[in-house]
Design a protein around this ligand. Sequence first.
Ligand code: TRP
Length: 370
Amino acid sequence: MTIDPWKVEEIKNYEKLLNEFGLEDFGKIVRKISNPHLLMQRGVVFGHVDFVKIASAIKSKKPFAMLTGLMPSGKFHLGHKMVADQIIYYQSLGAKVFLCVADVEAYNMRLASMDKLRKIAIEEYLTNYIALGLKKKNCDFYFQSSRSKDADKANAYYKLVGMAAKKTTMNQLKAIYGDMSPGKLMSVMHQVSDILHPELKEFGGKKPVVVPVGVDQAPHLRLTRDIAAAFNRSKEYDFILPSSTYHKFMKGLKGHKMSSSDPYSYVALTDTEKLAKEKILKHAFSGGRETLKEHRKKGGVPEVDVAYNMLYFMFESDDKKIKKVYDDYKSGKLLTGELKQILLEKLVKFLVTHKEKREKAKDKVHDFLE
Ligand code: TRP
């Protein structure tokens, strides 16, 4: 199995991915965290590299950082919320949070102007992050194309972008990414600097850094660790190799991928109550049977049911309650329509309060920008 980060396919077998990408099973380390996030408990965050460093920093209350990047595109939906929830979780644990808008990457790899990308990053992503609970304290939100107004900081970041290339070869890049292009090369070197620069003295100095990402980003993280190790060997820098965690992708409503070009494949955080209901009732893929009689007899298939999955991964944190939903659906006692109502009650409540929070968040956006 190969993964091309610029062409994400639907991933069916996450177990297999652990082996092939040399990722460790997050389920084995989750016990070492005193207060794991629901996404960690429920196995959405399923893999990691070197998370022990982070677990012990959390435990001993030592400084650590979290960095992740976002590719501004379209509407902010529940899949994006999954990442936001992790960011906010780390911030609440005391991590210094670095949020990178990958505008250089998006500009090179997708069709969008820099201005448009900036606007989407602020109006969709940042505003929703704040509404979901992101705080200004201990948060450094930046764009790849304009790291900082502080010249020392900016220089340190771009110096690393420029130097990273020397620590790899075209053959290594091709082995990891397949065909290379100038745009990919620029994207990769920026991403290496994104991941490593929180450890530079201009950004607070050496510390463990965790990078929570979708599993499509595993190749970038592997390369970055190699490059960091090469810098350490040459004594030009002294990095703690970055840790990372990998989450599964949230399935789209129709059971396939979410796609920003198809609004009926996701629930956006700006969807109205009416639209969200329509999406769930008419479009969410059901694990129920064709007829009522058959459903009662054979039971539903919660594993493939989109409504069940949303409850499990996001909206029902009570283990007993989710187990009951699972058992009742599987036995045929609970019908598809009823299951969808259980989800909708939670989802609609969330969307309505989120809308108010987002209005308030708009006033705070400027505090996060330089
Ligand atoms: N390549 C990432 C994506 O496609 C975006 C990104 C840029 C990133 N820099 C990063 C992710 C640093 C994690 C860490 O979404």
